[in-house]
Design a protein around this ligand. Structure first.
Ligand code: PEP
Ligand code: MG
Length: 592
């Protein structure tokens, strides 16, 4: 069903999850399935529908081969192999026979019959116990969307086929879809679903492009090719922006890029607050292919390397050699700066399950992070050995995610010692002094931080999860997103407790959740005594510049107010004023 084109200006308000702005053409990743109507057809119309099916299957196969080649060249062969599964499905005669049979028996339009057959296939997969097979249900859906697109008179096309930059609009952006997008051509991401720490948001920040999530009914109002403006700072999307708006935004964007260029000149400088507290700003790394952005950002190192990305989009597990090569490449590129490698953190709210890791749970309270590694020492030890090998360059640290009890640190460190002993016995070069640390992501870890601190090398607070577990608010759940509040006094008090315990045991505490990259929250974090931050590469220059212009003493007084606040707005206002006073030249841009 064709939507009528919106010609008026329409503003959508959502939540900005990656700063900056862009104006460009929409690329709608449409949920075509929703728009299918049921139509009866005459007997005489059946051969025509079968011919349409054949044409669409042929076009789909050709596209899949191209995408497979593209992903193989730009990502890797493993990621490309997902599309082998799609090609296999499309070549499956029984599926085509079922559609033709449905057309003949039901005398309904092709789109409708195709959707029903695909749904049966998808359900069969989803009902399977095995996680990896379950995911094939999502592959069936991907494939169906592609065939349906090819059945449309005017196909939507994919980003890969376009040559100009686009703003991706989608109901939700799944990891499998993200793998398909040519990231160089994405100017921004706007989704109906998602929270600040959703996959779409994290990827957008990694790419340094604006993102807005939680935009209700956006997909119903826009079409591919529409002109939109996306403002990731204000959380706003404007369909058909006026000339004035474009000019105003253009002016601000110009200022912003000038500012960033200016800040980059001082990028490799060590930063101190105005009253002399050293602040180090590290970068988060999701994919080794983003390493250039980290190097360009002037970060003091990598504070969080999310290794799970090496385990995604592939049917098998990465070998020790493969992992070691990836970790070594990052260690070497960053040397002598520090790189903190986080061990596998699949399960829970994010990422896919795996045929070889059946134990992981989709529940955020289930088997994820270190819990999973400890019940799969075979998988964990391969990763530990690979990290130890990369640690021979001397700049690697390792940390465990989702720790909730001291005993988990003991068990993990014991496996680390075994891995070390094995490498030693085998005569394999490794970093024998590798330091391990703990992510503070659960209230239980924060509340027992004194005991944890005596048993580990450092802390890194994962505020994305700490907020989720403290406030009992699913970080991806749309309906409760307004409750997701890093400024909640309970979260701040756990942070304060963690910093105090770390100081007492003379270990460092960094913050590597998304909170660390938010200018407005920076005075509070510095005020709580945080000296190490790890943020998306694009945020490094601004966070460094702000930190260098803040007074720790004034920030500490604001943090004390925030800890007992009953009125969050007044804290935000005070933080805004503190930043405006610290960097008056950025006033116009700071919250833009
Ligand atoms: C966090 O929870 O803050 C964190 C950094 O880990 P992730 O977002 O990967 O769960
Ligand atoms: Mg986490």
């Amino acid at each position: 069903m064709m939507k009528s084109k919106e010609t008026k200006q329409v503003t959508f308000q959502g939540r900005g999850t990656s700063r900056g702005l862009a104006v460009g053409k929409v690329q709608l990743l449409e949920d075509i399935e929703k728009n299918i109507v049921r139509k009866g057809i005459e007997e005489a119309g059946i051969p025509g529908e079968i011919a349409r099916l054949q044409d669409a299957l042929l076009a789909t196969r050709t596209q899949l081969m191209e995408i497979r080649k593209h992903v193989g060249e730009t990502i890797d062969e493993k990621a490309a192999s997902i599309f082998d599964v799609h090609i296999m499905m499309i070549d499956d005669c029984s599926f085509i026979e079922k559609v033709v049979e449905g057309l003949r028996k039901r005398k309904l339009n092709l789109e409708h019959v195709l959707r029903d057959v695909m749904r049966i296939y998808a359900k069969r997969f989803s009902d399977m116990e095995e996680g990896y097979i379950q995911e094939r249900g999502a592959d069936v859906k991907d494939l169906m969307n592609r065939i349906l697109q090819n059945l449309e008179e005017e196909g939507n096309g994919t980003v890969i086929e376009r040559r100009e930059g686009v703003i991706i609009v989608a109901h939700d952006l799944l990891p499998s879809v993200t793998a398909l997008l040519d990231k160089r051509l994405i100017l921004g991401i706007a989704t109906e679903m998602g929270g600040a720490t959703s996959h779409a948001a994290i990827i957008a920040r990694a790419l340094g492009i604006p993102a807005v999530v939680g935009l209700e009914a956006l997909c119903e109002r826009v079409q591919s090719g529409d002109e939109i403006l996306i403002d990731g700072t204000q959380g706003r999307v404007v369909l058909n922006p006026s000339q004035d708006q474009r000019a105003q935004y253009g002016h601000l964007e110009h200022l912003r890029s000038d500012l960033l260029a200016g800040l980059k000149k001082t990028k490799n400088k060590a930063v101190k607050t105005t009253d002399g507290y050293a602040i180090r700003v590290f970068a988060n790394l999701e994919l080794p292919e983003h390493l250039d952005r980290v190097l360009e950002s002037g970060a003091d190192g990598i504070g969080l390397f999310r290794t799970e990305f090496l385990f995604l989009s592939r049917p098998d597990l990465p070998s020790e050699d493969e992992q070691a090569a990836a970790y070594e490449a990052v260690a070497q590129a960053m040397h002598p700066s520090k790189v903190v490698i986080r061990t596998l953190d699949v399960g829970g709210d994010k990422f896919m399950s795996h045929q070889h890791i059946k134990e992981q749970s989709h529940s955020p309270l289930g088997c994820r992070g270190i819990r999973l590694s400890l019940i799969r020492p075979d998988v964990f030890k391969v990763q530990l050995r690979a990290i130890l090998r990369a640690a021979r360059f001397g700049n690697i640290q390792l940390m465990y995610p989702m720790v909730s009890a001291v005993d988990e640190i003991h068990q993990a460190d014991e496996l680390l010692r075994t891995a070390k002993a094995e490498l030693e016995a085998e005569g394999v070069a490794h970093g024998a002094d590798l330091v391990s640390g703990v992510m503070i992501e659960t209230p239980s870890a924060a509340l027992t931080a004194d005991r944890m601190a005596s048993q580990t090398g450092f802390f890194s607070v994962g505020t994305n999860d700490l907020v989720q577990y403290t406030i009992a608010v699913d970080r991806l759940e749309q309906e409760v997103a307004p409750l997701y509040d890093p400024l909640h006094p309970a979260v701040l008090s756990l942070l304060q407790h963690t910093v105090a315990a770390a100081k007492q045991h003379q270990i460092s505490t960094s913050v590597c959740g998304e909170m660390a990259g938010s200018p407005l929250l920076l005075p509070i974090l510095i005020g709580l005594g945080i000296t190490d931050l790890s943020v998306a590469p694009g945020s490094v220059p601004l966070i460094k510049h702000l930190a260098a212009n803040l007074s720790q003493k004034k920030a500490a007084s604001l943090a004390q107010d925030a800890l007992i606040a009953t009125d969050k707005e007044s804290i935000l206002q005070a933080s805004r004023e503190m930043l405006e006073e610290a960097v008056p030249e950025l006033k116009e841009l700071l919250f833009f």
